[in-house]
Design a protein around this ligand. Structure first.
Ligand code: F6P
Length: 375
């Protein structure tokens, strides 16, 4: 049944450690177990639109398990709004044509929320798609885990550990800015793992007065340094109120100029996701009188060899993806579910961002060990 099936594979969105483990996990099972032929498309959906294809065989897959990044390359290009030859075009028809030209029976996409939305568009265009969840942000709905999160958590935690020693030596407040886009999972878990004194996440808008009070309590108790883990998407209550009012107006605005302007303003606020810790550090130094420094962890969190957890997760989800293709189950994401996997409609995944619920046990854990969450 599955022998000689021809399957395309691509990686899209921000890269992460573990992508190659997933490509290998899928490819080895597809080729070795199911007798399929695998074609790799370069740089995300652009590779399909421009037919940049590469052979994926056992030689290609050799030695990539421990290699960071993705051998296929990636991009954030969207099928329906893709810059080609200096113009932004709807490249969906080009993508379908490439899929047909190569006589593909299925397409495996490895990516996060944006890739889920883009994959769903291709499902609606009639392609057989299977999605594997990947992002260091941990914000893909309906899955217990995403490829890359464990490695980024390990890197961010190691960075916070290292910042502890310099903060202690210099009696300083040090802010570690952690990635995660609009979700606080990476910051919350790295903050708990690294013993941060303050953890600021997008889901809990902070009051600077609360942070100052927490630092002053530590100083009063004789501890003259503090570590603050700040999510790149964290906002104070004023900025959050402004953002939410824009979201409310956007929901009510009819299609047209006003809604486009609101979309643009919201997108620019979303895109403004680095450097928050530096601005906050300056304010805290002024308000506390203590030397304060910011450290943006940035793309280090997405680099290097994957943590063993991501290697196993990539193999597991990749294998399960090959099984779904062999069974002819399409339009679904391979979700991690405890030590099992389950298939979830991509449409359901694309509809929601997985952010930290305020009643999540980890929020209580942080509070119960005395961490200030800025509220
Ligand atoms: O989604 C992964 C991520 O690293 C986010 O945490 C971060 O905000 C974003 O990608 C950065 O995007 P880019 O790689 O396009 O600069």
């Amino acid at each position: 049944m599955s022998k000689d099936l021809r399957v395309g594979i691509l990686t899209a969105g921000g890269d992460s450690p573990g992508l190659n483990a997933a490509i290998r996990g899928f490819g080895k099972a597809a080729i070795g177990v199911h007798g399929m032929q695998v074609l790799g498309f370069r740089d995300g959906f652009r590779g399909l639109a421009e037919d940049h294809v590469m052979e994926v065989d056992t030689r290609t897959l050799a030695g990539i398990l421990t290699v960071g990044g993705t051998i296929l390359g990636t991009s954030r290009d969207k099928p329906h709004r893709m810059p080609i030859d200096g113009r932004v075009v709807d490249a969906t028809d080009r993508i379908v044509a490439t899929y047909r030209r190569h006589r593909l029976d299925a397409l495996v996409c490895i990516g996060g929320n944006g890739t889920a939305k883009n994959s769903q568009r291709l499902v609606e265009a009639g392609l057989n798609v299977v999605l594997l969840p990947k992002t260091i942000d941990g914000d893909v709905a309906e899955t217990d885990a995403t490829i890359g999160f464990a490695t980024a958590l390990s890197i961010a935690t190691d960075a916070i550990d290292r910042l502890h020693s310099t903060a202690h030596s210099h009696h300083r407040i040090i802010l570690a800015e952690v990635m995660g886009h609009r979700a606080g999972w990476l910051t919350l878990e790295a903050g708990i793992a690294g013993g941060a004194d303050v953890i600021l996440i997008p889901e809990i808008p902070y009051r600077i007065e609360s942070i100052v009070a927490a630092i002053q309590r530590r100083t009063a108790s004789g501890t003259n340094f503090s570590i603050i883990a700040v999510a790149e998407g964290a906002r104070d209550v004023h900025a959050d109120r402004h953002y939410r009012s824009l979201e409310k107006r956007r929901k009510l605005a009819p299609k047209g100029v006003e809604r486009d302007a609101l979309d643009h303003e919201l997108a620019s606020l979303d895109a403004d996701h680095t450097g928050h810790s530096l601005r906050l550090a300056q304010k805290l130094q002024t308000l506390t009188g203590l030397e304060t420094r910011g450290s943006i962890l940035g793309y280090v969190q997405r680099g290097g060899t994957p943590h063993p957890i991501d290697r196993v997760l990539g193999a597991r989800l990749g294998n399960a993806g090959a099984d779904l293709v062999a069974r002819g189950e399409f339009g679904v994401m391979v979700a991690a579910a405890g030590d099992q996997t389950r298939s979830v409609p991509i449409e359901k995944v694309a509809a929601r961002l997985n952010t930290v619920p305020l009643d999540h046990p980890l929020v209580a854990t942080a509070r119960n060990v005395g961490t200030c969450l800025g509220d």
